[in-house]
Design a protein around this ligand. Structure first.
Ligand code: NAD
Ligand code: MG
Length: 395
């Protein structure tokens, strides 16, 4: 059977890797819907290659450009425009699989449309889950949607857990700990005094993974691991105490599960997102992903150590927010998005990212979020607060 796919965030790093896997398995998948924000040239190239039924752009000016390129080329593709059209895409068109690969809070409503329409959701967009947590998971359960983790660590954990039904509590029986691995990013060995002067280019030069700019900065601060810790707690319904963060600079083990009998199951592979994407696309089967097999004779060592909170204050803030619960993860995520944006635009220093998040968290009260509207509001409020702190820093 051929599965019809909608990719939210098609032009990004995960979107492009997904299309690469799809192109290697053309008899199994058809691309129905592609969405993007502003990059109309890239989306047009993807339209030429994959001939989706619909292409949606959040930016209306970019959508106009795309429409004119599509008309000139003679392709018959519906072009939709505007944020609302992106928000609705995953539910409006008949598809089987939704790849949630928009970066940041902007991905929440588009992903939820897919959940409400009972699709198989391949979740890369961790920020959507971090900000909406229990509400997101209860919607998945209520709608009977299938949620599969694309994030490499969560995919590794998913593969290392017993192969029972993904949401069932018995899946966790016998589990001692989830070991969430992280590379430590490009500044793992940098003297702490040098961190303040790191540039966006240096922060985005990840030693093992090629990713979008926002997640690359998150990896340098290790906020990425903090968001992933929260993501793991919601996805696998585990307490934060059951998840241990382990630095593993080689990124060969992508995470592990340890069991009460002393066994540890790890998922390994070359660091390439096409592996977890292919795993989710085909689950419970396996398909070719274009990833080279691991060459064990060339692995010199596998190193592990605990994280250092002086180097990674963002990780400490994420653990604090995870423990506080309520709206704290949503506020943490919003402040981080604003601070990372400001750093990428060279308005603040690398080390001020953590300061902005800390100030935003300590100026907020954490509340229970009962609806998506409340989550959207809490997110906006925290973004406004963090923006105010950014402008104070960049004066
Ligand atoms: P990216 O910046 O490369 O791509 C982001 C995509 O989102 C683009 O297609 C862009 O057009 C779209 N987008 C951005 N803002 C939008 C908006 N307002 N409306 C509609 N579309 C919008 O990001 P990425 O590295 O591919 O990451 C995407 C998500 O996957 C993130 O949540 C990230 O944390 C997660 N993730 C990425 C990787 C990786 O290796 N890149 C690994 C694990 C998880
Ligand atoms: Mg990850």
């Amino acid at each position: 059977m051929v599965s019809r796919i909608c990719i939210l965030g098609a032009t990004g790093s995960i979107g492009c890797s997904t299309l690469d896997v799809v192109s290697r398995n053309a008899s199994l998948y058809t691309v129905e819907v592609l969405t993007a924000n502003t990059n109309y040239q890239k989306l047009f190239e993807q339209c030429q290659q994959f001939k989706p039924r619909v292409a949606v752009m959040a930016c209306k000016v970019a959508a106009k450009e795309l429409k004119s390129l599509i008309e000139k080329s003679g392709l018959r593709i519906i072009v939709e425009s505007g944020q609302q059209a992106v928000n609705d895409a995953a539910g409006k068109y008949d598809v089987d699989i939704v790849v949630a690969a928009i970066v940041g809070a902007a991905g929440l409503l588009p992903t939820l449309s897919g959940v409400k329409a009972n699709r198989k959701i391949l979740l890369a967009n961790k920020e959507a889950l971090v900000m909406s947590g229990d509400l997101f998971m209860s919607k998945v359960e209520y709608e009977g949607a299938t949620l599969l983790p694309v994030d490499s660590e969560h995919n590794a954990i998913f593969q290392s857990l017993p192969p029972t039904h993904k949401n069932s509590a018995e899946r966790l029986s016998g589990v001692n700990e989830i070991l969430l691995t992280g590379s430590g990013g490009p500044f793992i060995n940098e003297p702490l005094d040098n961190l303040a002067d790191k540039t966006p280019e240096q922060a985005c030069a990840h030693p093992n993974w090629e990713m979008g700019r926002k997640i690359s900065v998150d990896s340098a601060t290790m906020m990425n691991k903090g968001l992933e810790l929260i993501e793991a707690c919601f996805l696998f319904n585990v307490d934060i105490e059951k998840v241990k963060i382990v630095l593993h600079p080689q990124s060969i083990i992508h995470s592990m599960v340890s069991y009460v009998d002393g066994s540890v199951i790890a998922q390994m592979g070359n660091p390439d997102m096409r592996t977890p994407i292919a795993h989710c696309l085909a689950w419970p089967e396996r398909i070719e992903a274009g990833v080279k097999p691991l060459d064990f004779y060339s692995i010199k060592s596998l190193d592990f150590r605990p994280p250092d909170f002086e180097r990674y204050p963002c990780l400490k803030l994420a653990i604090y927010a995870a423990k506080e619960g309520l709206s704290a993860p949503c506020i943490l995520n919003a402040a981080n998005e604003i601070a990372v944006d400001a750093f990428l635009e060279k308005r603040i220093k690398f080390t001020q990212i953590a300061e902005i998040i800390e100030r935003t968290l300590s100026s907020s009260t954490f509340e229970s979020l009962q609806s998506i509207d409340q989550i959207v509001q809490a997110n906006q409020h925290a973004r406004d607060l963090a923006s105010k702190f950014v402008s104070e820093f960049s004066k």
